[in-house]
Design a protein around this ligand. Structure first.
Ligand SMILES: Nc1ncnc2c1ncn2[C@@H]1O[C@H](COP(=O)(O)OP(=O)(O)OP(=O)(O)O)[C@@H](O)[C@H]1O
Length: 600
């Protein structure tokens, strides 16, 4: 168990990301150089992905799935498809047991800001569990204890300690560990201003710094002492300069502990002061450990540097380490771990999306309420007007219906998708599935629900208002409203994906819909639109929707919106929906693709 510690801004997360292959690429802003070796060989992306897991700090999970379901979906998506369902279940049970998630907790929904669920500590465990289902032998964690109270932080570290003792290598950045936590750590990697200030057995660090002239006061938490030692105050200037000089001094003498780092990694009892001889860096897993993949060995070593032109902390030299093994563990490249085929991935994701949709009781109830109340109120306002109001009156009614459906479709996406976006970002970074399988599953799973709402809406409204009395016209009306709502959803989803933030998506979506409404054919008649804006009519989905339901109502072509038939209009509307969907997919593939610095 390796703890990466250091004051805020010392480069802990950067080093962890670099080792894990998850350093966000920012060309021109940051650059990394050097090499990361696994078992002495250059890191191979594919093998490394199967070997190592990365647990992100923020635990975004689906609120409506239970703990067990969350782990099971992750397992089914990531484990070889050849594995029997019972084995997948066994794997999930094993992960729950390893993480101390009791059966009662496993059966509880995760919960979120609006639903009660599991505790913060349990959430963190589930986030680890999601990665642990593949049985990685190398686990990277970014601040696993942050946000937990002292008791839960200790319990979390106890869990990580157990994972390490069972033969996994655990590398975690840790903020402010209490002394009981510090005592659990095997190897300390202390960073100061982007440099290594100490790398060796945690137990030898106090003696090492004492030899350099920095004594940890008796009965003082060594972890606190190290942070104080390596922190650079921003003011006053004299203190900052003194700290920078101290860090240079520590970094110059840090190498003496490196051999000991290797020694601790191979399980040699660390020598006092961290000057033990050692090299190599291979730890055998204790015999008998359940392993899906058989036997083998690896270790990871790093020699890399990272520099930042964003300023960073004073004194950062970019020198991190030279060829000292950082972690050791026993993990074979996973023989035969193939990802599920596309159809299987799609089925699993469709199942997940459908389950989530049914579980969103509150959102479903609100939408059902909205649908029924709107349909009833509008029916009362326009009772029988379909028969009496004439073309002008009825066209107004039809257009208001389209405004209603477009707005509902838009808002049902822009308030909900941001929560999901964080989850899929995490899942994609871990290579959990193909984006196309996710996207198509999501889109298809939503269609029946939208159809249901539109049917209920139409059943109430169509006959009360007295629109054209024909079963075929009624069914076409439902089809047109359904396609309209789905197209609005498609537009809003593409915007939500392409927008840099949820706030931006919320700002951009209503104008996009309003422009579609303005050019929908009711407010501005075709002839009055200036030529240079005329094309907007053809990308306005409302234009086709309006054309479709007007044609459906007035068979004789009265009030025709464009030259297309009702089926032509619905077809064009569906075409536009496909274009919006494709746009969302492309944005997801390009703008939202996780991109990591692969230069080391
Ligand atoms: N070796 C390095 N050389 C130059 N710049 C670095 C180096 N390591 C990190 N940095 C830069 O220093 C800044 C802080 O790094 P990072 O976020 O990794 O620190 P941290 O210790 O994780 O901080 P915190 O504890 O506050 O999360 C970043 O801008 C990063 O790009």
């Amino acid at each position: 168990m390796v703890a990466i510690m250091g004051a805020s801004g010392s480069g802990k997360t950067t080093l962890l990301n670099l080792l894990a292959g998850r350093l966000p690429s920012a060309p021109g802003v940051t650059s990394a150089s050097g090499s990361v070796r696994v078992n002495g060989s250059p890191r191979d992306g594919t093998t490394f992905k199967q070997l190592a897991a990365y647990v992100v700090q923020d635990s975004s999970l689906f609120a409506h799935l239970t703990v067990r379901e969350t782990l099971a979906f992750s397992a089914r998506l990531r484990l070889p498809p050849s594995l029997a369902a019972a084995d997948v279940d066994a794997r999930v049970d094993a992960v729950c047991a390893e993480l101390g998630l009791s059966p009662a907790v496993s059966a509880t929904r995760i919960g979120g800001p609006f639903e009660r669920g599991i505790s913060g500590g349990e959430r963190k465990r589930v986030t680890i569990g999601v990665e642990l289902v593949t049985d990685p032998s190398l686990l990277f964690l970014d601040e696993p204890t942050t946000g937990l109270d002292a008791f839960n932080a200790l319990a979390m570290m106890g869990t990580l300690r157990r994972l390490a003792s069972s033969g996994r290598s655990v590398v975690a950045t840790i903020h402010q560990p209490r002394s009981a936590i510090y005592a659990m750590v095997d190897t300390l990697l202390l960073l100061a201003g982007g440099r290594v200030a100490y790398y060796g057995p945690a137990a030898g660090a106090v003696a090492h710094f004492a030899r350099l002239g920095f004594r940890c006061p008796p009965r003082f938490n060594p972890a606190d002492f190290f942070i104080d030692l390596t922190a650079v105050p921003s003011a006053p200037a004299a203190a900052a300069a003194a700290a920078a000089a101290r860090i240079r001094h520590l970094a110059r003498h840090a190498h003496s502990s490196r051999a000991a780092g290797a020694a601790s990694a191979v399980g040699v009892a660390p020598a006092e002061g961290g000057v033990a001889a050692g090299g190599g860096g291979v730890v055998r897993r204790p015999a008998g450990r359940r392993d899906l993949r058989g036997a083998g060995a690896h270790h990871l070593s790093s020699s890399s540097s990272h520099s930042s032109s964003r300023g960073g902390t004073p004194g950062m030299a970019g020198e991190v380490d030279k060829a000292a093994p950082v972690v050791a563990g026993d993990a074979p490249p996973i023989a035969g771990r193939r990802r599920p085929a596309w159809p299987r991935e799609f089925r699993i994701l469709l199942g997940r999306a459908a389950r989530l949709m049914v579980r969103e009781r509150r959102a479903n109830a609100i939408r059902a309420f909205q649908t029924i109340v709107f349909a009833t109120v509008l029916s009362l306002i326009w009772l029988n007007q379909g028969r009496d109001a004439g073309v002008a009156g009825v066209s107004g009614i039809l257009f208001v219906l389209l405004i209603n459906q477009s707005m509902l479709g838009t808002f049902s996406v822009i308030f909900v998708f941001p929560l999901e976006r964080a989850i899929i970002t995490r899942e994609r970074a871990a290579g959990t599935y193909r984006v196309s399988a996710y996207y198509i599953a999501k889109v298809l799973s939503e269609a029946p629900r939208t159809l249901l709402y539109n049917t209920v809406f139409s059943v109430i409204l169509y006959w009360c208002v007295g629109l054209r009395a024909s079963a075929a016209a009624f069914l076409f009306f439902i089809l047109a409203l359904w396609t309209t709502t789905m197209t609005a959803e498609a537009l809003a989803l593409s915007i939500s994906i392409a927008a840099p933030s949820p706030a931006a998506a919320m700002a951009l979506s209503p104008p996009a819909v309003i422009v579609s409404l303005l050019f929908g054919g009711f407010f501005i008649q075709g002839a009055r639109i200036p030529d240079w804006l005329g094309w907007l009519r053809w990308v306005s989905f409302v234009h086709y929707a309006y054309g479709a339901i007007m044609h459906n109502q007035f068979v004789d072509g009265v009030g025709a919106v464009n030259g297309l038939s009702r089926w032509g209009n619905v077809g064009a509307l569906a075409g536009l929906m496909v274009v919006f969907r494709a746009g969302g997919y492309v944005a997801l593939r390009t703008l939202r693709a996780p991109s990591f610095d692969r230069s080391v």
